[in-house]
Write a protein that binds this ligand. Structure first.
Ligand SMILES: NC(=O)c1ccc[n+]([C@@H]2O[C@H](COP(=O)([O-])OP(=O)(O)OC[C@H]3O[C@@H](n4cnc5c(N)ncnc54)[C@H](O)[C@@H]3O)[C@@H](O)[C@H]2O)c1
Length: 263
């Protein structure tokens, strides 16, 4: 898929990776870019920056009726949705002792919101025999987010869901990509690094911390190839291979890195 004349919706579009995707989709010739976020002012600022093809919508992706309304309004306004990017996500920086409310929020934003948006957007895509779902997961969904148990568990679930969707709907014309970056220079990682969180330091020590525009580059290339796994950090493929081939050796290596960073 290329973005020329496409109608795209991006959740979590007010900042970081979502905002970079919105800007890039417009540059690539999208007909419309809907920037949806909990942060209404942030979404409006991004939409204004992107220009006339963009408009902002405030929504909470954990509220299914708001996600349904976003999809219905977009389809009414533009006639269709070609690409739905389920990108909003939350980290907790907590381990097993994360409050149940934080486990719940991670589950609702990182996984259940992908279920709800797909349920809403799929009927139109199936009726037209085409459509594209881009689910922002994380390298944490293939490996482990050190120091963040809810993030690790929910991002693994998000990758599992995306794979299930790809297998189930590809032959009906609906393509799916799971975007799995490692470190990206956005408020999510910057806040963790500023607070000295071990997880953020492990990410910074494991590879390049990419500008969100480089993630947008990888997305454009991945969509063009209609590739399931979009890995802005190519080294993640090697890490995932090593983890699959030798889980114990992989875990030992990660524990060694943790001991080095957190003696
Ligand atoms: N930054 C990284 O290093 C990194 C790495 C891998 C994956 N990711 C993933 O990329 C995605 C984007 O994150 P980012 O790094 O750009 O962080 P970010 O915090 O800049 O952006 C996340 C956006 O999601 C929005 N959001 C959160 N909860 C929401 C809700 N309930 N409803 C609507 N919007 C909501 C926030 O307001 C924010 O604008 C997330 O899914 C994140 O898990 C980030």
């Amino acid at each position: 898929m290329n973005l020329t004349d496409r109608v795209a919706v991006i959740t979590g579009g007010a900042g970081g990776i979502g905002a970079a995707l919105a800007r890039r989709f417009a540059v690539e010739g999208a007909a419309a870019v809907v920037v949806a976020d909990l942060d209404a002012a942030g979404a409006r600022a991004v939409a204004e920056d992107v220009g006339a093809v963009a408009h902002a919508v405030q929504l909470d992706v954990t509220a299914e009726e708001q996600v349904r309304a976003l999809v219905a309004d977009t389809e009414r306004r533009y006639g269709r949705i070609d690409l739905f990017c389920a990108n909003a996500g939350v980290a907790t920086e907590a381990g097993l002792d994360a409050a149940d409310a934080d486990w719940e929020r991670a589950w609702r934003v990182n996984v259940l919101a992908h279920v709800h948006s797909t349920r809403a957007v799929l009927p139109g895509m199936l009726a037209r025999g085409q459509g594209y779902l881009l689910h922002t997961c994380s390298a944490a969904g293939l490996l482990t987010a050190v120091g963040d148990a809810p993030y690790t568990a929910t991002k693994h679930a998000a990758v599992g869901l995306a794979e299930w969707l790809a297998i189930t709907y590809r032959d009906q014309g609906v393509r799916v990509s799971a975007l799995c970056p490692q470190g990206v220079d956005t408020p999510m990682l910057a806040e963790g690094l500023a607070a000295g969180h071990l997880g953020a330091r492990v990410i910074a020590a494991s590879g390049a911390v990419l500008h969100p525009d480089r993630v947008a580059d990888a997305v454009i290339a991945g969509l063009a190839e209609e590739r399931f796994l979009i890995l802005p950090h190519p080294e993640v493929a090697n890490y995932a291979r090593r983890r699959a081939e030798d889980p114990d050796g992989w875990q030992a290596g990660l524990r060694k890195l943790i001991r080095r960073l957190h003696p």
